[in-house]
Design a protein around this ligand. Structure first.
Ligand code: PEP
Ligand code: MN
Length: 339
């Protein structure tokens, strides 16, 4: 339920509504907009009718139900888009944020070479997996903490922020110690124990859409994180499984504007995993920007043919630099900026 306060409502009236909400067994969630305060009553209280009665409380303008099962991440609750701060960088604002780097952190040389090159090309955030959720148990599983240390070293060297995946609940705090943004991989989108743990940390989360997950399931996974206390969530469309086998996945471009209609959270697109093919990354990056994406996450490797994972979809360093030039007019057309 959404309780919209009148623009002139006093602080006491706002607190009074929050107290009532608690009495009915719900949690009040305050959103202070420029004009007015909106209060979300969320949770599994069984007194919906009582919430309707709040219309009679002084200072309340309107009480509206949120019909979808996701509440806190719902655009109905908060019209203003959410922006997420990572140090001096803002995600979800007018800047198109670019995250780039290798699929896996392999060696110091590989990571530093990539970090320096993507920074020079204009990327804002360095990506790289230290914990890799691989389909085969015989494939490279990541350098683990050693990889996290290398990512932190690359951040110190370049000033780039770091996004990296957390695969298990137990590793959450360790990954949070080194990373600026924690990534939840497609295979873990419905690992509810992990989502709840991420709700307890004070770092932004990049939540990737499961390869067979619906938009509603993605938003409910985001709701898990938010309802456990962490509202710094960004959604990532990374392609879904369809009957088509010519590409690794099928990029659901409609998910971009649709997620933004349904939710106030920033939306990032991963054209690398969406296609599995290097040649398709740049065209789909352009399409994603045109569809309104708030950012891109792109795999880059100095020698893709030698990559320990996802070589076929990784851009070379010059190809990434070229992509950054190619997307410029698209970024401007969307009234966004790159730096
Ligand atoms: C990755 O980003 O390297 C990755 C494993 O992505 P996804 O979870 O989308 O497959
Ligand atoms: Mn990868």
């Amino acid at each position: 339920m959404i309780i919209a306060m009148k623009p002139e409502a006093s602080e006491e009236q706002i607190q009074e509504v929050c107290e009532q909400i608690k009495k009915y067994g719900y949690h009040p969630h305050l959103i202070r907009g420029e004009e007015r305060v909106v209060i979300g009553a969320v949770g599994s209280g069984d007194n919906k009718d009582h919430l309707h009665n709040l219309i009679a409380v002084p200072g309340v303008e309107n009480v509206v139900p949120i019909l979808q099962p996701y509440k806190l991440v719902n655009r109905q609750l908060k019209q203003e888009k959410t922006t997420i701060r990572v140090g001096d960088l803002e995600i979800g604002g007018d800047r198109l944020v670019v995250m780039a780097g290798p699929c896996s952190v392999e060696t110091r040389e590989q990571l530093m070479e990539t970090a320096i090159a993507v920074k020079a090309a204009g990327a804002h955030i360095l990506r790289g997996g230290a914990y890799k959720p691989r389909t085969s148990p015989y494939d490279f599983q990541g350098l683990e903490e050693e990889g996290l240390k290398l990512l932190a070293e690359a951040r110190d060297k370049t000033g780039l922020k770091v996004v990296t995946e957390v695969v298990t609940t137990e590793d959450t705090e360790l990954v949070a110690k080194y990373a600026d943004i924690l990534q939840v991989g497609a295979r873990n989108m419905q690992n509810f124990a992990l989502l709840k743990r991420l709700g307890k940390i004070n770092k932004p989360v990049l939540l990737k859409r499961g390869m067979s997950s619906t938009i509603k399931e993605l938003l409910l996974s985001a709701e898990y994180i938010a309802s456990h206390g962490n509202h710094q969530v960004m959604l990532c469309e990374r392609g879904i499984r369809t009957f088509e086998t010519a590409t690794r996945n099928t990029l659901d471009i409609s998910a971009v504007p649709l997620l933004q209609e349904l939710s106030h959270l920033p939306v990032i697109v991963d054209p690398s995993h969406a296609t599995g093919k290097r040649s398709l990354v740049s065209p789909l990056a352009k399409a994603s920007i045109a569809a309104g994406a708030d950012g891109l996450i792109i795999e880059v490797h100095p020698r893709p043919q030698e990559a320990w994972s996802d070589g076929p979809q990784s851009l070379t360093l010059p190809a990434f630099a070229e992509l950054m030039q190619t997307i410029k007019p698209y970024v401007e057309l969307e009234s966004r900026r790159l730096n």
